[in-house]
Ligand binder design. Structure first.
Ligand SMILES: *Cc1c(COP(=O)(O)O)cnc(C)c1O
Length: 409
């Protein structure tokens, strides 16, 4: 049986059959180095005309849980944890601006990364692979550890030793083999690939494994469905390695190629000023690394692993780019929690800071639909909020102290 998908290298356009390659385009990978974004990321392509003929419309695609657009034999391989199908909340307080929050903190390990992990895990299951390795700033690792625990698979996670405690704790609690690295994410990334080769493990590294993009694209199908099959005007996406944003684009592009939609949304790549390697390099010929040190650890990336695909998508579909200060990220996080009841981690609040930036500059049309991707839970990184948390001193346990305390605030 021929596979329902094949690959195309986004750099040299070579096509590969599903069984010919697993990660990067071998020809392009040979030229990669540690100091610039890797070339040769593979895009997974389906037989769109045949699929469109078979399915006819989006409702039928949804009814089969998007299986025709996933590199799997069965959606049952994804196991029992509820990944994706997260809420899209319309925020009435922002009525003129049509704000919608896609709350992906409600995934099993509390971040968007579960969408990629579950697909990689399912593929491994269908192919009798028992051990999966990943490098992570924290969320991809805690996610893979979580999903593997539910699927009776082994996970090996390389993380910078300085990753937030909650994420490290998750990895250990889910029973994964944790490998803390005395270095940054980029170092952990390269090490995990070497170790994977040495031990023969399957690798989930973001963008390196093309299915991370395929897993993440499901969010677009959900947004389209939750908006009653309408395309939002804008989607604000926090960007580190550029895989989530590419996934969002890929989902809509798949629908475009099927003829189920006729235009693309405008997607805004939001980065921290202190980790701006996609936004700062997108229009330049020569790569320059701006060392990252944002408090939004999940998007603190020196070498975005999916730079070229994200760049191609943004340029092709008239995407927009924006950087926001760490200060405004924290403020956005506080405002989001207070106004909506959703407590997001700094990387996710970055997307909301981007939305606020547009709104305050009057860049959003009245009645437009604007989706903000909330990619992870605030409980994953409490330390970054310590500057804004003012814990009052305890009061004596009597009513007069209570009255005193509340009157004197
Ligand atoms: C990974 C992550 C991002 C960024 O995704 P990239 O694919 O690296 O661009 C944003 N927010 C959270 C919470 C993440 O974990």
């Amino acid at each position: 049986m021929t596979s329902k998908y094949h690959y195309i290298c986004i750099n040299c356009n070579t096509e590969y059959q599903a069984n010919e390659v697993t990660y990067f385009c071998p020809a392009c990978e040979a030229d990669n180095n540690t100091y610039t974004p890797p070339k040769g990321v593979l895009k997974t392509v389906y037989n769109y005309s045949e699929t469109a003929r078979k399915l006819q419309n989006f409702a039928n695609l949804k009814a089969e849980n998007y299986l025709s657009l996933l590199p799997l034999q069965s959606v049952a391989s994804m196991g029992y944890l509820r990944v994706g199908n997260t809420p899209l909340y319309k925020i009435d307080a922002e009525k003129d601006f049509g704000l919608y929050l896609k709350d992906d903190s409600q995934n099993p390990s509390f971040s968007f990364k579960d969408r990629a992990s579950v697909l990689v895990s399912a593929y491994a299951k269908e192919n009798n692979i028992s051990t999966i390795v990943a490098a992570s700033t924290g969320n991809a690792g805690s996610s893979l550890a979580c999903i593997c625990a539910s699927q009776q698979q082994k996970a090996v996670i390389f993380v910078p030793a300085k990753a937030p405690l909650a994420k490290l704790t998750q990895i250990i609690m889910y029973g994964a083999r944790i490998v803390p690295v005395d270095g940054n994410y980029d170092m952990a990334f390269d090490l995990s690939i070497e170790a994977g080769r040495h031990f023969g493990w399957y690798n989930r590294n973001t963008a390196y494994n093309p299915f991370t993009i395929e897993g993440k694209k499901t969010v677009s199908f959900e947004i389209f469905d939750q908006l009653q099959q309408q395309i939002p005007d804008r989607i604000f996406v926090p960007v580190g390695d550029g895989v989530i944003i590419s996934g969002v684009y890929k989902g809509f592009e798949d629908l475009l190629k099927l003829g189920f939609i006729d235009k693309m949304p405008i997607i805004i790549a939001v980065q921290s000023e202190q980790s701006k390697n996609l936004t700062a390099n997108i229009h330049s010929e020569n790569w320059q690394t701006y060392p990252s040190n944002t408090i939004a650890d999940s998007i603190s990336v020196d070498i975005p692993r999916n730079f070229y695909m994200a760049k191609d998508f943004l340029l092709k579909y008239n995407g927009e780019i924006l950087t926001v200060s760490d200060e405004s990220i924290i403020q956005a996080s506080v405002q989001l929690s207070k106004q909506t009841g959703i407590f997001a981690e700094p990387a996710a609040a970055t997307a909301f800071a981007g939305y606020l930036n547009y709104r305050n500059q009057n860049l959003l049309k009245t009645g437009s639909k604007n989706v903000v991707m909330l990619t992870g839970s605030g409980l994953k990184d409490l330390k970054s909020l310590s500057p804004v948390i003012n814990m009052p001193k305890p009061i004596k346990a009597d009513i007069s102290s209570v009255i005193d305390y509340l009157n004197n605030r």
